[in-house]
Write a protein that binds this ligand. Structure first.
Ligand SMILES: [Zn+2]
Length: 240
């Protein structure tokens, strides 16, 4: 019976027409966070981390998660399009359908103290996700993600299975790769989540570039060397 009721509720939610307001209106701090979210989403496209609407961005404001809606180009998003769900994924703000990758975003907010999450299909990172089980320690900036960046096993996009695989790969890390799919990173702010994403894509590009020289293999750092940088980053709050 419980299953049936949930199915009916899902069907009702799925039938909500675009344009029909859902729930309450945005509070001032949510409106402000939405503006920053849209700016970050546009940045992922402008800086080549995302093609079209293939990524998604979210930010947490209290118990509400603001998230990019499914299938709307970021340059068309306005203040009226604010889309928000609670930590169980129930829509509380806006009339648009949240990103299909919502399960990954919510899994991170439930399990960590994240304030923002950025997911992309960045080209070098996605290429690396098909080659290795973890990104070799090519550069000390791996420390900014907590150490060796793992690749989460493949599962269909939008599924709880993918969210679970991702969460395991994120153990003691703030970013991971998703096999044959892309990247996901979180931080306390949108800027931090974005920066980790850009750094991860850059490290993947460095590894691919160094690995592609015939007859030569890149030198790699040890876990200890990267851990030492991690201590420095924590100690000084800046990178060298
Ligand atoms: Zn994706």
């Amino acid at each position: 019976m419980a299953e049936e009721r949930r199915d009916q509720r899902d069907a009702r939610e799925a039938s909500q027409e675009v344009g029909e307001p859902w729930g309450r209106s945005a509070r001032p701090e949510e409106a402000e966070a939405w503006e920053s979210l849209v700016a970050t989403a546009r940045r992922t496209v402008a800086e080549g981390l995302v093609v079209g609407t293939s990524g998604n961005v979210s930010v947490r404001v209290g118990e509400t998660v603001l998230v990019t809606p499914s299938g709307v180009p970021y340059d068309r998003l306005s203040a009226e399009d604010v889309t928000g769900v609670d930590l169980d994924g129930r829509r509380v703000l806006g009339a648009l359908t949240p990103t299909s990758e919502l399960p990954m975003h919510l899994a991170i907010y439930r399990a960590t103290d994240a304030g923002a999450v950025v997911h992309t299909h960045a080209v070098h990172a996605t290429a690396v996700s098909t080659l290795v089980p973890e990104l070799p320690l090519i550069h000390y900036m791996a420390a900014a993600m907590g150490g060796t960046v793992r690749v989460a096993p493949y599962a269909t996009y939008g599924t709880e299975e993918l969210a679970e695989n991702m969460l395991r790969a994120l153990t003691e890390r703030t970013a991971c790769l998703l096999r044959n799919h892309g990247t996901i990173a979180y931080g306390s702010t949108l800027d931090q989540a974005y920066d980790r994403t850009a750094q991860l894509e850059w490290m993947c590009r460095v590894w691919l570039t160094a690995s592609s020289v015939p007859g030569l293999a890149p030198t790699l750092l040890s876990e200890g060397q990267v851990a030492e940088v991690g201590e420095r980053l924590r100690g000084y709050g800046q990178q060298g």
